[in-house]
Design a protein. Structure first.
Lengths: 252, 202
């Protein structure tokens, strides 16, 4: 049976992982490659590298780091951040990315999904959506969650999947950073609406939140988090052991 | 030396990194002579069957791969590369494969329970049905990484391992000197590297 995936997300700026880390035994706690190795060794099922640099020098450093990670870590790598064109897909795929996630780039130009899916296959294209409750509905936000696009979230995601997105990452702005658990209500709506894998993001504060996620929504495929892993609040090997002890099928 | 066949499909960066990590020598090539001289051949592949099959035919490398395999050279196909080893694929129509293994490639849509997600993306456990040198470091239930919407069927005579996705579906095959995996060993952590190592040592 296919297992539930646990995915740490590394935000990379100017070659360093942003958000503090406090790992013992790591010589360089903000080195993306060191952290990627540590996560892979402790049982992460996949890694997301999110490029939050704005400069072109930063972008070049990011692809170098990605290639270095791919030389050292042999699990799937997803890359996001600053993906606006098919050339951006090409740039990161050549450096070892397996999947590419699009967000604002797809909002500006939805045909990017179609073009990329045709060139690289549906499995390569991930739609990542930042979603927030507005006036009793769910809306898609752009520019890192700062700008309300006015688009209804579920229909946007369905449209992206119809255009060829092979996987969906749902980032709930309402639960992000609160550490009170994933946004079960929103995630249920998304898993009911599409038939491709759905990855939950935003809100995990402890192991129990992952148990709740997979119990409440049997159709969810993966849980993604950043700071709780970086700060060592939740250790991936312990999380997976806890999930298995609670009857959730994970790779150990 | 393992020749990784480059016929313009997908990117081979991760695959090369994996072989580097285990210290196996590879060459990424579309040159028939280099493929003929290599000790082993690796046939990669991602994307659509028809497109990949056409590119392999147009490059003339399909003939080289078939000839070398028939001479007894060890050949491994990965993902779409494995699917091309069969007689036929029914991905968007009906397409001829390389015909090195008996069986055909069919879609998950309509052949697996409707509630399953397509593609299968993620880690699944292997059920080993037959021992083989490429699995010499493997144990029953080891996890490997899959990404696919089509799978091989009617391949009982070459079946090595299955995974459970609605039913037991083909995960790996081998017959004589030809083998293949539906999953991606280069993305399957230590377990995957051990399969590539075993292939290099086979």
């Amino acid at each position: 049976m296919i297992t539930k995936r646990i995915i740490p997300c590394l935000d990379v700026k100017d070659g360093r992982v942003v958000k503090g880390t406090n790992f013992k035994g790591l010589s360089d706690v903000s080195s993306p490659v060191e952290l990627a190795k540590l996560y892979s060794d402790s049982g992460a099922d996949e890694l997301v590298f999110y490029d939050i640099t704005a400069s072109s020098e930063g972008r070049a450093i990011f692809t170098d780091i990605l290639a270095e990670a791919a030389r050292n870590v042999f699990i799937p790598l997803t890359v996001g951040g600053g993906i606006n064109t098919v050339a951006d897909f090409d740039r990161v795929l050549k450096c070892g990315a397996d999947k590419v996630s699009v967000n604002s780039g797809a909002i500006r130009n939805p045909s990017l999904i179609e073009e990329a899916a045709k060139l690289y296959g549906d499995q390569c294209v991930v739609i990542s959506a930042d979603i927030k409750r507005v006036d009793g509905g769910f809306r898609v936000f752009a520019k890192g969650g700062r700008e309300d696009t006015g688009m209804e979230a579920i229909s946007w995601i369905k449209r992206c999947v119809d255009m060829g997105a092979g996987e969906v990452v749902v980032n709930s702005i309402d639960t992000d950073g609160v550490k009170g658990g994933f946004d079960i209500e929103l995630l249920k709506l998304v898993t009911e609406a599409v038939r491709v894998p759905v990855i939950a993001s935003g809100g995990a504060g402890c192991c129990e939140h992952f148990v709740e996620l997979f119990r409440e929504i049997p159709d969810i495929d993966a849980g993604l988090a950043a700071s709780i892993f970086h700060f060592g609040t939740v250790k991936i090997d312990e999380l997976k052991a806890h999930l298995r002890a609670n009857g959730i099928n994970v790779r150990i | 030396m393992i020749a990784i066949v480059d016929y313009g499909v997908g990117n081979l960066f991760s695959l090369c990194c994996s072989f580097d990590a285990i210290g196996a020598q590879t060459v990424v090539t579309g040159d028939p002579e280099i493929i003929r001289r290599a000790d082993k051949i690796l046939l990669p592949g991602v994307g659509a069957f028809e497109d990949a099959r056409r590119k392999l035919r147009e490059s003339g490398l399909d003939k080289v791969v078939i000839e070398e395999a028939k001479k007894g050279k060890k050949l491994m196909g990965i993902c779409l590369g494995m699917q091309m080893l069969f007689e036929k694929s029914y991905e968007y129509g009906e397409h001829e494969g390389l015909g090195l293994l008996r069986g055909s490639v069919i879609g998950m849509e309509g052949t697996l329970p409707a509630e399953l997600k397509i593609p299968q993306i993620g880690w699944n456990a292997l059920h080993i049905t037959n021992a083989h040198p490429i699995f010499k470091y493997l144990k029953e239930g080891d996890f490997v990484y899959f990404v696919h919407s089509y799978y091989a069927s009617g391949c009982e005579d070459s079946l090595l391992a299955t995974c459970e996705y609605g039913k037991d579906i083909c995960a790996a095959v081998a017959k004589e000197n030809v083998c293949g995996t539906q999953f991606h060993p280069e993305k399957s952590g230590e377990v995957g590297l051990s399969i590539l190592r075993a292939f290099a040592e086979w």
